[in-house]
Design a protein around this ligand. Structure first.
Ligand SMILES: Nc1ncnc2c1ncn2[C@@H]1O[C@H](COP(=O)(O)OP(=O)(O)O)[C@@H](O)[C@H]1O
Ligand SMILES: [Mg+2]
Length: 331
């Protein structure tokens, strides 16, 4: 199994000036060897990637992976310890003001004025920018026009989240950055936000989002960077990341009692990967499913292992994450 790893500087062939300019013109974001340290903690550790104009680009990783810190540096809200970040062709450290006028940002947690209506908040935010959208147009776009006179605390979780997305669009941005836009939402509200993100994307904006939900990353993103403990461990399309596992199905075995080392080893013949999830659950990844599954079940019967439950599912990004890091993505 081989998964392309995105460590180190962005490599590429030597280019003449015109080509370099074209590359930069098509890039919404270029992050090179980015490092951010908080005291002895390295929150972002030599991260490099590019986001093309018009992409929905996802950063997937568990809590504490360094996603928000990476985004906040891209947004000009934090200064990097090392490395460079170029946003819409401009160096973020040197040109933060110009960049901020052209990007839309939804922070992981936002606070607005409790005593203003949704429409008034958007009107106020609009005054911060030379170019801004009409509040009603934005509220309509996120399905909250009928709530334009409501206060924030009168909205449901999903409506609040849609409002923060509307607020991030106030300056008609070329690039929209959303930090965990669906965390804490129920499945229906989450799907509504997905629809909204696709609409924003269709209007010619590049979208960058973070998530720790692999279904979300799979459903929405053209390309994904997987982060773990400050490092970028893989970057590709969701399909390629899954295909690089070289297994098509995951089999979860739940046993009535823990297996011995030799029993685990006996399952290893003919399968891609065995992982101990807890005392009695084991994950296997199979390439040639019917034949390999037959072998595994024969071993179980032959070695007197008592099987309580068997689950077979197609491999997902969750398996990619597990393979790359040895940890499960979701808590
Ligand atoms: N201002 C800060 N001061 C100290 N540590 C921080 C600060 N911001 C983030 N961290 C730490 O950096 C790591 C990455 O955090 P963060 O970027 O928020 O991760 P994520 O968004 O992936 O959950 C975490 O260990 C977090 O506790
Ligand atoms: Mg975060």
């Amino acid at each position: 199994m081989s998964i392309r790893v995105g460590l180190g500087p962005v490599a590429g062939p030597k280019k003449d000036c015109d080509t370099i300019r074209n590359v930069i013109m098509n890039e919404a974001i270029r992050v090179e060897s980015l490092v951010k340290r908080f005291g002895s903690l390295t929150a972002v550790d030599q991260v490099s990637f590019t986001v093309e104009q018009g992409e929905i680009f996802g950063i997937l990783g568990p809590n504490g992976a360094g996603k928000t810190t990476t985004l906040e540096i891209i947004e000009g809200l934090q200064t990097p310890t090392g490395g460079t970040v170029t946003v819409l062709g401009l160096d973020i450290v040197k040109h933060a003001r110009q960049v901020k006028a052209r990007i839309g940002v939804q922070l992981q947690s936002s606070a607005y004025f409790d005593y203003l209506s949704l429409k008034e908040i958007l009107a106020l935010l609009g005054t911060f920018y030379p170019k801004h959208m009409a509040p009603d147009t934005l509220l309509d776009q996120v399905g909250l026009l009928d709530k334009s006179g409501s206060k924030i605390n009168q909205l449901s979780g999903g409506q609040k989240q849609r409002f923060t997305v509307a607020a991030s669009l106030i300056n008609d941005p070329e690039l929209v950055i959303l930090d965990e836009p669906t965390t804490g939402l129920d499945p229906q509200a989450r799907r509504n936000v997905w629809g909204l993100i696709r609409q924003i994307h269709d209007r010619n904006s590049t979208v960058v989002l973070t998530t720790h939900y692999m279904e979300e990353a799979e459903a929405l993103c053209d390309r994904l960077a997987i982060m773990h403990q400050g490092k970028l461990v893989a970057i590709d399309t969701p399909r390629n990341l899954i295909d690089q596992l070289e297994a098509t199905y995951t089999v979860k075995l739940v046993m009535s009692r823990p297996l011995s080392e030799s029993q685990v080893a006996s399952l290893n013949g003919g399968v891609e990967f065995v992982q101990n999830l807890d005392d009695t659950s084991y994950l296997l990844r199979l390439r040639n499913t019917p034949a390999a599954l037959g072998t595994v079940l024969d071993e179980i019967a032959r070695n007197d292992m008592s099987l309580e439950r068997l689950e077979i599912t197609p491999v997902t990004l969750e398996d990619v994450f597990l393979e790359l890091t040895g940890n499960e993505l979701q808590d």
